[in-house]
Design a binder for this molecule. Sequence first.
Ligand SMILES: [Fe+2]
Length: 283
Amino acid sequence: MTQGRFTGVGLGLRRPHLEQVAGMEAHGVPFWETCPENLIGDGGRNHRLACAILDRDPVLTHGLAISVGGFDPWDDEYLRDLGDFLLRTETPWHSEHLCFTSVDGSSLHELMPLPFTREAVRHTIARARSLQARLPVPLLLENITYYAELGAAEMDEADFITAVLEGADAGWLLDVNNVYVNSLNFGFDPKEWLARMPLDRVAQLHIAGHKKFGELTVDTHGTDVIDPVIELMQWTLRRLGRPVPVLLERDNHIPDFEALLAERVRIQQAYDAALTLCGHRHD
Ligand SMILES: [Fe+2]
């Protein structure tokens, strides 16, 4: 899987910033990540602004709608439109979450964890392979946060993700904040967890903020990234030894664009420092 021109720390394209970004040539953001569900079909002014930015700047696509591990049949019309969108943006891959998001045709509007069972591994491998066959670019699957296991587990999360990625021959969108949040909620060492994983499959990272609510830590994407998560990103980059792109996720309490750019630069500096240590120069 080639990452080509995609390195450094990118941002999600957010509605409050569209006007400003569309008018800027030199924003310093190496790429945008965008959700195709919001942009397929026709729309109003915001839709036109977003499409103009995506036609101008490098783009990675990240979906929320496809229930990869679920049982609902594929929406073939949507997958055709998605394929056209992926080709238009020239994204090198398309990512979805390793979870299920709908039951009996109804969207749950949540990323639901799959049961960590051999049957779920077989089912999800078959679904991911079937989805991959319908997409014009390689599929990445992203590890999610979850707050309770679904049913009796036959393996742990690390073995479940590994079995699906290997069996489906899929790439991995590794969300380091999700690993960190799960490590707090389920009590494990995130570096030991990552050291067990098939890091050769990682094509992209996500990084984000989270929030503690009493005993529970929640993946809110609504605050700046804390230093231990940045350090985990750096540890992962050094372990990978290659400059995979990192996407800073910010979906709630979205600050003004200058503040988001400053947060991006802070993480970019940590990214550059990690790669310099392992002998890569990031230009
Ligand atoms: Fe993520």
